[in-house]
Design a protein around this ligand. Structure first.
Ligand SMILES: [Zn+2]
Length: 194
C-alpha cells in the first residue's frame, strides 16, 4: 500500500473526528491494515472481529443510513454505552472508504504559474463535469500590496477530456490546451495540500 495514500486516508479520518484519541485511530488502522473490512452491499460493510482488540464476535456489520453509521456492536451487551460513540469498526470502514476514494482514478492536468494577479477560466460547457482546485503560496511579498504567488491549479474530471482554457497571469492572457490524463485521486490531493 502506498504510504502517502494511507497517510492521507488517516488525515481525512482525523479531520472528521478531531476529538478522537490516538488509540482510536490506531485501532481503526489495525483493522484496516489487517484487511478486515469488506464491502457487502451498498452502504453495508462487514468487519471481521479481532479478539486482540476486544471483539467478542467473529464479524460486525456496519451500515450507513441517512448519513449516519450504525454498527452491530451497538446491539451487544455493551451497546448502550457504545451507542453514543463511534466504535472502531465504523472508524475502520471510514478509513477503508477514504482509502478507496483516494485510490480511485481521476483524469487531471496541472498548471503551475507565478504571478501577482491570476485567473483560470474553464469554458462553461464543462461546468459540473470538471473540478478545479488550487494551492497558492506567496513567493515574494516585497511589494506588500501586490505579493507574488506561486499557484498550482489542478483541473480534474472523472473521464478523460480536452479543455481549451484561458489563463490570465499579470495581464497576459493565453489559451491552454488542457489534456486531462489518468492519475489517482490522492495525487490531486497531494498536489494541492497546503
Ligand atoms: Zn462496532
Amino acid at each position: 500500500m502506498g504510504d502517502e495514500l494511507i497517510e492521507l486516508a488517516i488525515e481525512r479520518l482525523r479531520e472528521g473526528f478531531p476529538s478522537k484519541s490516538r488509540s482510536w485511530v490506531r485501532r481503526a488502522l489495525v483493522r484496516f491494515m489487517k484487511n478486515t473490512v469488506k464491502e457487502f452491499s451498498e452502504n453495508v460493510w462487514v468487519v471481521k472481529g479481532l479478539p486482540e482488540l476486544g471483539d467478542k464476535y467473529p464479524t460486525y456489520v456496519v451500515r450507513l443510513r441517512d448519513g449516519r453509521y450504525y454498527c452491530s456492536c451497538f446491539e451487544s451487551s455493551w451497546g448502550l454505552r457504545r451507542k453514543s460513540e463511534i466504535c472502531t469498526h465504523i472508524a475502520a470502514v471510514i478509513l477503508y472508504r477514504n482509502y478507496k476514494r483516494l485510490d480511485s482514478d481521476v483524469y487531471a492536468s496541472v498548471v503551475n504559474i507565478e504571478c501577482t494577479d491570476y485567473y483560470l477560466e474553464i469554458p462553461s460547457e464543462f461546468r459540473g463535469r470538471v473540478k478545479v482546485v488550487k494551492s497558492v503560496r506567496v513567493v515574494d511579498s516585497s511589494d506588500r500590496l501586490n505579493p507574488r504567488h506561486r499557484v498550482t491549479y489542478v483541473i480534474y474530471a472523472s473521464e478523460p477530456m480536452e479543455i481549451k482554457a484561458k489563463l490570465a497571469c499579470d495581464g497576459n492572457v493565453r489559451e491552454l490546451n488542457l489534456k486531462l490524463s489518468r492519475t489517482r485521486r490522492y495525487i490531486v490531493e497531494l498536489l494541492t495540500r497546503d
